[in-house]
Structure formats: structure tokens, C-alpha cells
Design a binder for this molecule. Structure first.
Ligand code: IFM
Length: 450
């Protein structure tokens, strides 16, 4: 029996998610060291419009206002990530008290507002100094990450009980080492494989560090899970989709939760796997976080290092304003499959949609497209739950419009509009809709109580 199911039934948790580099800004404040994203953003033509995370939403200074916005929406949980280079500006060694104190303020503010902090150790902002020493291509990275996890556990474990090791390792490994779209911008199959194994080792080491450092910790890991589909019925596209599925959906959760790599990957990784590694990676977890948006596509490409290329959705599919396919049934199926395969309580730690939202002449943002999306996807989740998927909570991505990686600030995912020139926050229609939805669910629950 897993740990959470041994507890009394908890009520369904409604939350919102963000990540450090995407919202904090204050990139040089109070001794923060540079991350690989700071470096990447300085490189020519990497990010749309030359955007950077230097200021982002300035959440570092405006977190109290952001907590008040969450309280207004009525969420009971907030998933955020800690910026490793704020605590350890060079990744290890010198500890930066001023940076650590920011998360004290944030956590204390959340608890005062009745919002449970869900702390993710890594949402992609590796300290640049560690990348200079090999980063995820070095087996030492597991030890660096475990030391950082120990420090986080010691500092915040008296107030935070919910921890995730990584956010979407399948994404940052593939985009950072397979396609080169994200830092460190490498395009190499061997590097991609190494990164997979070292991140998995780091995950296992961090679970152990958190478990021994925090009493009653509830520890999980967050994976982006999407159906991986072929761009056409051609055999090479079918094979491409299978490989994308292996890299995206299986390379991390399978070894972390089931204790083995998919066969093809295990053979390819054989030179990297030392005796005892699979046991080091597969440590008991309390929950699985699933981030879901949309099916993704691959096509065969013999010239690409991984043997396949990314492809867009076929014409004629319903799409979001930023071109992502909208298909709520895929969400239902992913939840059912993951529940069956991994047998852990599931939290949907990200779901949402991007748009080109704008303020209208009345000063409002009427993002009906987001309301429709959330309504359909929450409905699909509830269908999966009725069919047996063990889903315990749902977090919208994202609280705020933010730095959407390579797309910069153009793609807006927030319930709250951020007017970047002034940093003013304006709740969108979807924020009001989500607040009402949460309130209705709470009212229904209390009416059902005997
Ligand atoms: O913004 C990202 C987030 O950082 C990781 N999951 C997907 C989101 C939307 O692209």
C-alpha cells in the first residue's frame, strides 16, 4: 500500500502552479548566481523577441500580492520551484542566506493564507557553474543534487511537507540535449542518454535526502505525459512516434517508479548503468505529478541525431491560440493509463492553455478560450476519476502569465494577466471562473456531508 492511501481520505485539492525562472525575476538580487537559462537567454536568436527572465513577473518582490490573488481564487495549494542558484549561487559550496530567506517569506505567507506549499526542487534552472563542470552529463550531478535537496529539507522541512524532485525531466532532457532548443543547447544522442541516466540517479538520491531530512514528507516527481503520435501512417513516422514516446513518457517514470528502463533504452544505456543504479533510482514515492496539455507528434528523420523530428498536429485538429491541439479525451486516457501503470496517487500538477490574451477597452481580459479549455479538461479528469483513476488534486498552469521559455512573453498561460511594462496583475475571466468552480465544489462537498 502506498503512503497516502494509508491516510484518511483527503479532500480533492485545487491549486495553481508556477516555476522560479518563469516568474521570479530579480535575477541578480541578493546574491543569486546565474542559471543556465540566464546564459541561454543572452545567446542570439534563442528566445522569441530576445526576452529574458531578468524581470519576469518580479514575483521575488511581489510575492505577497500574488499570494493574495491565490487566496482570492480560493486555491488550497501552490506549486512553486526553488531556484537552486538562489540558495547556492555556484551550485554547491557557498550558501546564500539572503536567497534562502526569500523562500522563508514565501512559505510563511502561503501558510498564513491557508495555502499549502508544494515545493519542486528543479524546474530547469541549473546553476551555470555546475553546467560548466559538466552539468547533467556528469555522473557527479546526482551528488550535487542530493546535497542541494538536503539543504532544502533542512531549511524548509519544518513547514513544507510536499516535495517534488524534478519537473518534466523528459522535456528538459530532450529539448536540452536532443533537440538543442533549451539549455545547454546540445544536439547529441549520446549526451541525451547520459542526461537521462544522471537525472534519474539525481532523482533517487534526492528522494532519499528528502525522506531522511523531513519528517512526514510526502514526496513525488512530476512528469509531462502526452500521447506521442506519428505525423503520418508511414512506417518511419510510426517508429518515430514510438521513440518519442519512450523518451518523453517512459525514460523517467519507468525507472523511477517501476525500477526498469524500456528494453530499447536499457540496451542503449548499458554503458552508463553501474551495478546498483536501478535500485538507486527507484525509491519509494508517495505520489505522481502529471502535467498534461496536448498530443504531440513525431516524424522519421534519418539525419536527426535521435532519428526523428518534431512535427506539428495534422491540419484540421482543434487548436489553442498558440497552436497546441485541444483534445480532452487524451487527458482522460493518460490519467487512466498512468493510474493503472504506476499505481500511485496522481496529482495533475499542470494543465492549462496558452493564448494571446489582451486587455480590452474596459480593462478586462475575456479569455473564454481558457474557460472552455479548463472546463473540458477538468470534465475529462472527472470522467477518468469516475472510471477508476486515482486523481487527488489539480493545479492550473499557471497562476500568472510568465516567461514561456523559447516563446518568451508572447504566449500567455496565466489565470492572471501580467501587464509587463507596469507589472500590474489583472485577474482574467478564467480566474473568476476557476474561483467559482472551486467554491461550487466546496459547497457541494459540505452539502453531501452527513
Ligand atoms: O511553461 C511550461 C512549464 O514550465 C512546464 N510545462 C509546460 C508549461 C507550458 O509550456
Amino acid at each position: 500500500m502506498n503512503r497516502l492511501s494509508a491516510r484518511p481520505a483527503e479532500t480533492f485539492l485545487w491549486g495553481v502552479s508556477t516555476s522560479s525562472y518563469q516568474i521570479e525575476g530579480a535575477s541578480k538580487a541578493d546574491g543569486r548566481g546565474p542559471s543556465i537559462w540566464d546564459t541561454f537567454c543572452q545567446q542570439k536568436d534563442r528566445i522569441a523577441n530576445g526576452d529574458t527572465g531578468d524581470i519576469a513577473c518580479d514575483h521575488y518582490h511581489r510575492f505577497a500580492e500574488d499570494i493574495a490573488l491565490m487566496r482570492d481564487i480560493g486555491v488550497k495549494a501552490y506549486r512553486f520551484s526553488v531556484a537552486w542558484p538562489r540558495l547556492l549561487p555556484t551550485g554547491r559550496g557557498h550558501f546564500n542566506e539572503a536567497g534562502a530567506a526569500f523562500y522563508d517569506r514565501l512559505i510563511d505567507g502561503l501558510l498564513e493564507a491557508g495555502i499549502e506549499p508544494w515545493l519542486c526542487l528543479y524546474h530547469w534552472d541549473l546553476p551555470q557553474a555546475l553546467d560548466d563542470e559538466g552539468g547533467w552529463l556528469s555522473r557527479d550531478a546526482a551528488g550535487w543534487f542530493a546535497d542541494y535537496a538536503t539543504l532544502v529539507a533542512r531549511r524548509y522541512g519544518d513547514r513544507v511537507k510536499r516535495f517534488a524532485t524534478f519537473n518534466e525531466p523528459g522535456v528538459f532532457a530532450l529539448f536540452g540535449f536532443g533537440f538543442g532548443w533549451q539549455p545547454p543547447g546540445v544536439i547529441d544522442a549520446d549526451a541525451h542518454r547520459k542526461a537521462i541516466h544522471h537525472v534519474n540517479l539525481a532523482h533517487g538520491a534526492a528522494v532519499d535526502a528528502l525522506r531522511s531530512g523531513v519528517s512526514n514528507a510526502s514526496i513525488g516527481v512530476i512528469h509531462n505525459m502526452q500521447p506521442c503520435l506519428p505525423a503520418s501512417a508511414a512506417l518511419e513516422d510510426l517508429a518515430a512516434a514510438e521513440r518519442l514516446h519512450m523518451h518523453w513518457n517512459q525514460a523517467f517514470p519507468d525507472p523511477q517508479i517501476l525500477g526498469y528502463y524500456p528494453k530499447v533504452l536499457a540496451d542503449e544505456l548499458a554503458p552508463q548503468i553501474a551495478p546498483g543504479d536501478m535500485a538507486r533510482i527507484c525509491r519509494p514515492l508517495d505520489w505522481l505529478g502529471i502535467n498534461h496539455y496536448s498530443p504531440i507528434y513525431a516524424r522519421g528523420d534519418k539525419t536527426a541525431p535521435l532519428g526523428y523530428a518534431w512535427a506539428g498536429p495534422p491540419a484540421g485538429m482543434p487548436q489553442s491560440e498558440v497552436g497546441w491541439q485541444v483534445q480532452p479525451d487524451a487527458f482522460r486516457d493518460i490519467l487512466l493509463e498512468a493510474s493503472k501503470r504506476y499505481r500511485l496517487p496522481i496529482y495533475v500538477t499542470e494543465n492549462g492553455t496558452g493564448g494571446r490574451d489582451q486587455l480590452d477597452h474596459t480593462g478586462n481580459v475575456r479569455d473564454q478560450h481558457r474557460i472552455d479549455y479548463l472546463n473540458a479538461y477538468i470534465g475529462a479528469m472527472e470522467t477518468a476519476m469516475a472510471a477508476g483513476a486515482d486523481v487527488r488534486g489539480y493545479f492550473v498552469w499557471s497562476l500568472l502569465d510568465n516567461f514561456e521559455w523559447g516563446a518568451g512573453y508572447g504566449d500567455r498561460f496565466g489565470l492572471i494577466y501580467v501587464d509587463y511594462p507596469t507589472l500590474r496583475r489583472i485577474p482574467k475571466a478564467s480566474a473568476r471562473w476557476y474561483a467559482e468552480r472551486i467554491a461550487q465544489k466546496a459547497a457541494r462537498r459540505s452539502a453531501e456531508k452527513p
